[in-house]
Write a protein that binds this ligand. Structure first.
Ligand code: FE
Length: 196
């Protein structure tokens, strides 16, 4: 799809094909600063979640967390960026009509989750990639105590953090994963759960 996708053109019956098409056409784009493409990054996060026997809703959230890199008009992240492009909000806006609120929270909050874990886990910063540290600065750096307290009021905070861990893990050069088609029936099940 060229131009901005509109959720008005989408339905529970077409959203999965729409997402598959994005992965197919644009998934090969570089995830700038990382040794994987955008599709590899998201597929690795989902695959790692599945290997750790996470529930389908967490696997799907990991699979789709960065979809806003494709669906927003802002383009993909660049190491030259001097401002934050808010891809998490763009992704959440496209998905929120079709997916359960837990998935939307994991997508919308995955950047905040990085800022949160930086503030609450002293070992975390050392695990971040150079690109992720660069974007962290643009995103406001680690949360302060007030922001941490507020973030913890989200009832989905534990799942948001879990998905963020798969996001960080899914940056492995050369790691083989199944393609989007493998996960598509699972994505559809989560859509059906919400849209039933
Ligand atoms: Fe990511």
């Amino acid at each position: 799809m060229t131009g901005k996708p509109s959720h008005k053109d989408l339905s529970p019956a077409t959203i999965v094909a729409f997402l598959a098409d994005i992965f197919e056409r644009r998934g090969g784009e570089e995830y700038l600063g990382e040794p994987v493409t955008m599709a590899e990054h998201m597929l690795q996060g989902a695959f790692l979640a599945e290997q750790q026997h996470e529930p389908e809703i967490i696997i799907v959230a990991a699979l789709l967390h960065d979809i806003g890199h494709f669906t927003s008009e802002f383009g993909t992240f660049s190491m030259d960026d001097t401002h934050d492009r808010h891809h998490e909000e763009a992704g959440a806006r496209v998905l929120e009509h079709f997916f359960p609120s837990l998935v939307i929270d994991c997508v919308r909050q995955h950047v905040a989750a990085k800022r949160y874990i930086c503030a609450t886990d002293p070992t975390y910063f050392g695990q971040l990639s150079a690109a992720s540290i660069h974007s962290l600065k643009l995103q406001g750096g680690p949360m302060n105590a007030r922001e941490v307290a507020e973030f913890e009021t989200n009832p989905n905070v534990r799942d948001i953090v879990r998905v963020r861990r798969f996001d960080d893990a899914g940056k492995i050069a050369g790691m083989a994963t199944p393609g989007f088609a493998y996960f598509a029936p699972m994505v559809q099940r989560i859509v059906d759960e919400r849209c039933r």
